[in-house]
Every structure is written in C-alpha cells, then in structure tokens.
Design a protein around this ligand. Structure first.
Ligand code: DX5
Ligand code: ZN
Length: 218
C-alpha cells in the first residue's frame, strides 16, 4: 500500500468541505496536524475541527499531535473521531503507557520522529506501532523544504520493519511534493503526507490525481 495523506494544515479550512467529496474519491487518509504553541511554535486546530470533519467524511483521520503531554488528551481525540493518534515520544512520560492508552481507546497508534530525534527513540516500540512517522522537516509549519538527511531515517526504519516482518506503516511528513516523492518512496515510505503539494497551487483533487499517476500510488 502506497498512498497520499493530504494534510489540511495547508488548506483553506472554510473551503475544505467543498473539496472533501472529490478528495475522498482519490484517497482514504486525511492527515490532521494538531499544534499547541508549546511543543511547536505554532497553533493549529483541535477537537472541534476533528469532530466536525468526522461528521462530514468517512476518511481515515490520521491525527498527528504536536503538543506537550498529549496523553492528557488522547481520550478527547478518540471521542472527536480520530482513527489514528500519533504522538512524539519525548512529549510523554511513558511511551509504552501512551501506546497502551491509545490502543485501549480503540484507535490505531503512531509515533513520530521530529527532525533532530534519532531513530533509536522509536526502535524499541516499533513492533507495537501501527505507524511510524518520519518528519522530514522541523515540526511546526507547512511549506518547508524537505531535509535530505531524513532519507537515512526512512531507510533505517524500512530496513527494521522488513527485517522484523512488521506491519507498521512508514509515513513521511514534510516537504513531500512532485520533486521529492520519488526519492521518499524509493527510501521505503508507505504513506506520503502532502500539505502544500495538494492544497497549494491548482485544485486539491487534480493535484492528488497527478501524484497518484506520476508515482503509481493507490
Ligand atoms: C508540519 C506538519 C506537516 C505539514 C506538511 O509540522 O506535520 O504535516 O502540514 O506540510 P507540507 O507538505 O507543506 O510540507
Ligand atoms: Zn503532520
């Protein structure tokens, strides 16, 4: 499975609902970037937007929490309708406990590696995860350039996932576009998060169609 998860951070949120029916015909994941102004120097959206999206779409809501102490809010994100909850290991006191909490809420669980965090932070938990996310930028803002050094992390995780025959999906987030997607896929990514590349120029649906054709995505 190779697919695009459009990140609504780059969308005009009041316009998004108009595009959703077309988007969900092309891909079934939607990437939701939650930011609190503490873990990252930016604030995006939270439960209310997710709940409202949940009522409008059956897409798989891939929720990326860039917040301090996300474990205080897992329940609220699950209630709002997140299908997957992804957190950064350094934001919780006990990653194993956090993984368990998310699973007990009936959600899929992901762990994200910020740019400066090494793969060692995620390796001990890999077999427990539905998703491993490599941030190929410094978390906080859309529209940044892909950091080439991230390719090493993607390759290292791909190697480990394959060696251990895990079903963990590998997601890459940040600066993924028509120029970088090929290399990212070659390095072993399963899910490509695309914000600006989908919601920037042109129309989201046409942009997704182009990427799917160009990179032979599902
Ligand atoms: C940034 C977010 C990304 C962001 C990607 O912290 O995690 O999901 O929306 O945006 P682009 O695709 O524009 O780099
Ligand atoms: Zn993200």
């Amino acid at each position: 499975m190779k697919k695009i998860a459009p990140s609504i951070l780059a969308s005009d949120i009041t316009d998004l609902v108009k595009h959703l029916p077309g988007i969900e015909k092309e891909t079934d994941w939607l990437h939701l970037d939650v930011m609190d102004g503490h873990y990252v120097p930016n604030i995006s959206f939270g439960f209310f937007v997710i709940k409202s999206l949940r009522s409008k779409t059956k897409m798989f809501l891939d929720t990326h929490l860039m917040i301090e102490r996300p474990d205080k809010y897992f329940e609220r994100f699950a209630e709002a309708g997140s299908d997957l909850i992804c957190f950064h290991p350094e934001t919780v006191q006990n990653p194993i406990e956090a993984i368990k909490q998310i699973k007990d809420l009936g959600c899929k669980v992901g762990m994200a590696l910020n740019n400066k965090i090494s793969v060692d932070a995620i390796l001990p938990f890999l077999s427990e995860l539905d998703l491993a996310l490599v941030l190929s930028i410094e978390a906080g803002f859309g529209g940044q350039s892909f950091i080439p050094k991230s390719l090493e992390k993607i390759k290292a995780l791909r190697k480990e996932i394959d060696a251990e025959k895990l079903e963990t999906l590998l997601e890459v987030d940040g600066g993924v576009n028509a120029q970088t997607a090929g290399t990212v896929l070659k390095a072993g990514a399963d899910i490509l998060v695309m914000g600006s590349a989908v919601f920037g120029n042109g129309t989201p649906v046409e942009n997704i169609k182009y990427m799917k054709k160009e990179f032979e995505l599902d």
